[in-house]
Design a binder for this molecule. Structure first.
Ligand code: NAD
Ligand code: MG
Length: 373
């Protein structure tokens, strides 16, 4: 396949700056860009069992066309359980077995799970080697592959072990999304909507018109949505790499969402993006209750998310008995809690998010009581 249009988003971080290439079919021609990072050598490719048969051949073909003979890829099991100590140890052993030097380059081919564990392996191997992200889920293309957060889970919680380690290059090929299950596409789409809701009202309005085309896989709409999302994240990370300010806005819907995910066991009952969709609607509703945001804006956010097929209320999740005390407890354990107080990302309207620390616990409880009944 030949690439029709490739957009390039630059994440500016001084010596750690890098390009994010976005396009329909961009991976098929990416060999020279990859070889420029690896200085003509083969990257150590890490992928998962679902992605390997689907997209590894495209990567290997373009490497060969560039004169780089690929080495055998490291193929991990698919799914969130792979982001644990046991798999991290296995991955590190597989990497070190190759007798690598500091100049070795890892390449993560897959969703956020593969990107996060591979990025953390790159941060750890020989105290830090380069890596390339080739995200193959919508969520990883618009969110996890950009910004340098890497890591694994522990039994104490998700993503509690990790490092900031920026990739050298991100290749987001929207054609890889053709094989992604629709439910996963929708979950990633929730994070796309998030960028509109936090600070891009015009992008949100564009999504209201074009969201269904993005979800259905229209090539131009998909490229535009991924590019705009990466640009939004790159702009935020470029000024706040380590989340001491604006980067926290990216957590819109995530404090509520995380509690919902914890209650459902972080599994297939409720995907992360689905939880974020419900969480963003709760954040809008809370903002309305606090007199901060017009109800009409909350209605538009909810209507758009529901319109594309995302859940917008806890009661949209089949077969779950929600326990408000449990939700509040897990919100209080969120890693964004500071001095025992939860930081909420709230909104003044569509595209205007901000953080607030002193929300009355009773208000939050009342909101949740209403939302689960
Ligand atoms: P995932 O990596 O588990 O991928 C979802 C499923 O889709 C998996 O079964 C995978 O094998 C499959 N898959 C991947 N690409 C495919 C394709 N093109 N065709 C068919 N199937 C494909 O999950 P995800 O949603 O991509 O990422 C979730 C992870 O990302 C979580 O662990 C989360 O913590 C992390 N995350 C990290 C950041 C960050 O900043 N580092 C941000 C957001 C999320
Ligand atoms: Mg998220």
């Amino acid at each position: 396949m030949t690439t029709s249009v490739t957009d390039t988003v630059r994440l500016d971080l001084g010596p750690r700056s890098y390009d994010i290439l976005v396009g329909d079919g961009v991976l098929a021609d990416a060999g020279p860009r990859i070889a420029a990072v690896t200085r003509g050598r083969a990257p150590i490719v890490v992928t998962d069992e679902n992605v390997a048969p689907l997209h590894l051949p495209t990567l290997e073909r373009t490497l060969r066309e560039t004169g780089v003979e690929p080495t055998q890829a490291i193929v991990l099991p698919a799914g969130e359980k792979t982001k644990d100590f046991a798999h991290f140890e296995r991955l590190m052993d597989a990497i070190l077995e190759r007798g690598i030097e500091r100049s070795a380059v890892l390449l993560a081919l897959g969703g956020g799970v593969i990107g996060d564990i591979t990025g953390f392996a790159a941060a750890s191997a020989l105290r830090g080697i380069d890596f390339i992200q080739v995200p193959t889920t919508l969520l990883s293309q618009v969110d996890s592959s950009v910004g340098g957060k890497t890591g694994i889970n522990s039994r104490h919680g998700k993503n509690l072990i990790g490092a900031f380690h920026q990739p050298k290059l991100v290749i987001a090929d929207t054609a890889t999304l053709d094989t992604l299950p629709r439910r996963e596409v929708l979950a990633g789409y929730a994070e796309v909507v998030k960028y509109g809701l936090i600070r891009l009202p015009d992008f949100f309005a564009w999504l209201e018109q074009n969201g269904p085309r993005v979800v259905a896989g229209d090539s131009d709409a998909r490229r535009y949505a991924v590019t705009a999302s990466c640009r939004a994240k790159a702009d935020i990370v470029g000024v706040d790499e380590r989340e001491s300010g604006d980067r926290a806005l990216l957590n819109l819907g995530h404090t509520f969402g995380h509690a919902l995910e914890a209650a459902t066991g972080f599994g297939a009952r409720l995907l992360h993006g689905e939880a974020v969709s419900i969480g963003m609607v709760l954040a809008f509703d809370l903002s309305v209750r606090l007199g901060l945001c017009p109800a009409a804006d909350a209605d538009r956010a909810r209507a758009h998310l529901a319109g594309v097929g995302l859940p917008v209320r806890p009661t949209d999740v089949p077969g779950v008995e929600w326990d408000v005390d449990g939700l509040i407890l897990s919100m209080a354990k969120d890693k964004k809690v500071k001095d025992g107080r939860i930081t909420f990302v709230l909104v003044r309207g569509l595209g205007d998010a901000f953080t607030l620390r002193d929300v009355e616990p009773a208000q939050v409880r009342a909101l949740l009581e209403d939302a689960v009944s």
